[in-house]
Design a binder for this molecule. Structure first.
Ligand SMILES: *Cc1c(COP(=O)(O)O)cnc(C)c1O
Length: 351
């Protein structure tokens, strides 16, 4: 008899945005507008590429236990020590959960939000407490605080995926002031926003701030995340982490990418310019975004139907159907290259 698989893995978990691509391919489209996964449409900076190629010389050796060149650069850039790095921010989320959560421990999230917190918490046997966001997708702060009081760990995504809105520093401070549970602030899109939370690390020792190289730094395919962690957490984090979680090539590329300020500035300006145009020109209701994507209410059309219809035109967007706590009539569209954005505007307004 086959060994039985854990119940949580009998059903689908993280939902990949692959359906749109299948539809577009079937229609015969060769050139696709890829606006479904919040990636950066622009390639890796030349700096980063050169560093990555150089690192190939040593890939027959295991990477170092600590990527000191990378972590020292991050410490210098953000004035916080310690910093940990992982296999994408997803890898860090998974490791932080593994460091703290035992079966039955509670993990708070504020939905609709990024779906991996739920998946990763469940994998560790954690019980997820879901706090519903308000109608405008702001966090219900009193309810969030109330839930945190029963929990060990809470995740707050700001700017939030898939809604694009920010939680104010004041609200984050209010949460931190009212609870002892560890707050993981997911800042995957912070480079596109006009707020920063870094300095809060100095005030609170139950705060983790997670960041990624996948979005503004054009490194989604290389998998690198980093996080500012409180001093007490660092050694435990390393014990819980997979050995050699970050490879040499990725770590080297990240050093190059982090020092290419011009790349970041250009991408940021491009995203800010286009999200304003999406807001002004899309004929459906849009929500204010501080990220490189925008949430659109496509009612009376269902999100899935809209995703399929656009895919048939060669435009890939994300139906938000799979995000708990959101209705079935939303899509999420990221900023692509000019031609991708133009094509998207043309096709969505033709619906
Ligand atoms: C993209 C994303 C991440 C994951 O980033 P990786 O570093 O690619 O694993 C984490 N959180 C949110 C909200 C994201 O959108």
């Amino acid at each position: 008899m086959r060994p039985s698989v854990r119940d949580i893995y009998r059903e689908t978990c993280y939902v990949y945005a692959t359906r749109a691509e299948e539809i577009a391919r079937k229609e015969g489209h060769k050139r696709l507008a890829r606006l479904a996964s919040n990636e950066n449409p622009f390639p890796l900076s030349t700096n980063a590429r050169a560093e990555a190629v150089r690192a190939l010389d040593e890939v027959h050796r295991y990477p170092p236990e600590y990527h000191t060149r990378l972590t020292e650069l991050l410490v210098e850039k953000f004035s916080w020590n310690p910093v940990v790095v992982g296999n994408g921010m997803d890898g860090i989320i998974e490791t932080v959960i593994r460091t703290l959560i035992e079966p039955g421990d509670k993990v708070v999230i504020s939905e609709p939000t990024f779906s991996f917190y739920r998946v990763a918490a469940a994998a560790q046997g954690g019980d997820v407490i879901s706090v519903r966001r308000e109608k405008d997708f702001s966090v219900d702060v009193p309810e969030f605080i109330h839930s945190c009081r029963q929990a060990k760990l809470a995740f707050l995504c700001t700017p939030n995926n898939p809604t694009g809105n920010l939680t104010s520093r004041e609200d984050v401070k209010k949460i931190l002031d009212s609870t002892d549970s560890l707050l993981f602030l997911d800042n995957a899109y912070i480079e596109f926003a006009d707020t920063d939370y870094c300095d809060l690390m100095k005030e609170y020792d139950h705060l983790v701030i997670g960041r990624t190289m996948s979005k503004v730094y054009s490194m989604a395919g290389m998998r690198l995340g980093y996080a500012f962690v409180p001093t007490w957490l660092e050694p435990c984090y390393h014990r819980a982490s997979t050995p050699f979680a970050v490879n040499r090539v990725t770590a080297a590329a990240a050093v190059g990418a982090l020092t290419d300020l011009d790349h970041v500035r250009r991408i940021r300006e491009h995203a800010i310019r286009w999200r304003a145009r999406f807001k002004d020109e899309v004929k459906f209701r849009t929500f204010p975004s501080q990220a490189n994507f925008i949430l659109i209410d496509t009612a009376p059309h269902k999100g899935n139907a809209m995703m399929e219809q656009l895919a048939r035109k060669g435009v890939l967007v994300r139906s938000c159907d799979s995000f708990p706590g959101l209705g079935d009539h939303y899509i999420r569209v990221n900023i692509g290259e000019d031609w991708e954005n133009e094509l998207f505007l043309q096709e969505i307004n033709a619906v």
